[in-house]
Design a protein around this ligand. Structure first.
Ligand code: IPE
Ligand code: IPE
Ligand code: MG
Length: 265
């Protein structure tokens, strides 16, 4: 589903304990994207350039997650999808992978209250089977705890790959066809996308990638078909509300044509 950005209704219940600068966010007056997706990259380089172990960069990146969640919540973004750990990131050194898993667990425990107070719902997308049973159960517990919230959907991609997601959807459809529940000739884009983790959601309007890399790295391959890209040189741990507003301003100045001519849109 492709969607046009919209301007949300006036802000209601401003987030509690706002740590980002509201004046900076108020400075943005353009259309607010419904769905923002972020490839949070550059944690390792941030740490290495300071002579610190890479894991310190990941921990610093957790603060940028909090700021970005608050900014989206404040401005009325409906869905924020964060790429936290790819299917390919399992191939990193064992201690980095273990450190990241510990960090996810820490984040879940530390942010529980704040997310709930701010009316944020959580969804983790990706192959959960690869996560430890303990982490799986902490995730399910937090998702359940926040399930009634409605202001912002925070979607975190963990053990996630876009190709893996598409293959999974194809497998689910094939299984449904074998069971006689679906006729293969009926399969269209809408049915296919309903089998993805993001089924029913609007596609991302804006994708932000930090640390300057110009690639998609297996993120939301289907869903990004008509998303606008914004790449900043800023490393993820340095990303704050100013950079977020900069990305929104770049987005606000784009003409989204969805294949049509400039005169048609
Ligand atoms: C992004 O930062 C976080 C993950 C991929 C888990 P990186 O760890 O990729 O940082 P760089 O790209 O090596 O600097
Ligand atoms: C993309 O970053 C994955 C996440 C941000 C979780 P990577 O650092 O893994 O991407 P590549 O390897 O530079 O493409
Ligand atoms: Mg990287």
């Amino acid at each position: 589903m492709t969607t046009q950005p919209h301007t949300p209704a006036p802000k209601r219940n401003i987030p509690a304990d706002l740590t980002v600068d509201a004046d900076v966010l108020d400075g943005y007056t353009g259309a607010v994207p419904r769905h923002v997706a972020v490839i949070m990259d550059g944690n390792g380089r941030w740490a290495t350039s300071r002579g610190m172990p890479r894991l310190r960069g990941h921990h610093a990146g957790a603060d940028s997650v909090r700021r970005t969640v608050e900014a989206c919540r404040y401005l009325g973004v409906e869905v924020l999808t964060l790429y936290a750990f790819s299917s390919q990131n399992w191939a990193r050194p064992e201690d980095e992978v273990a450190g990241l898993m510990t960090l996810f667990d820490l984040y879940i425990r530390r942010e529980r209250k704040r997310l709930n107070k701010n009316d944020v719902r959580l969804r983790v997308i990706g192959d959960r089977e690869k996560l430890s049973p303990k982490l799986r159960s902490s995730i399910a517990d937090l998702e359940g705890h926040l399930a009634h919230n409605s202001e912002l959907l925070l979607q975190v991609a963990v053990s996630y790959g876009g190709r893996e997601e598409i293959v999974r959807a194809a497998r689910l459809l094939a299984e449904a066809a074998i069971r006689g529940e679906i006729d293969p000739s009926e399969i269209d884009e809408s049915i296919f996308s309903s089998m993805l983790y993001t089924g029913g959601q609007p596609d991302p309007d804006l994708v932000i990638r930090t640390s300057g890399e110009l690639r998609v790295s297996n993120f939301l391959l289907w869903q990004l078909a008509y998303s606008e890209f914004h790449v900043t040189e800023t490393l993820w741990p340095d990303f704050d509300e100013r950079h977020f507003v900069e990305a929104l301003n770049a987005f606000g100045n784009r003409e989204r044509r969805f294949g049509k001519t400039g005169a048609q849109v």
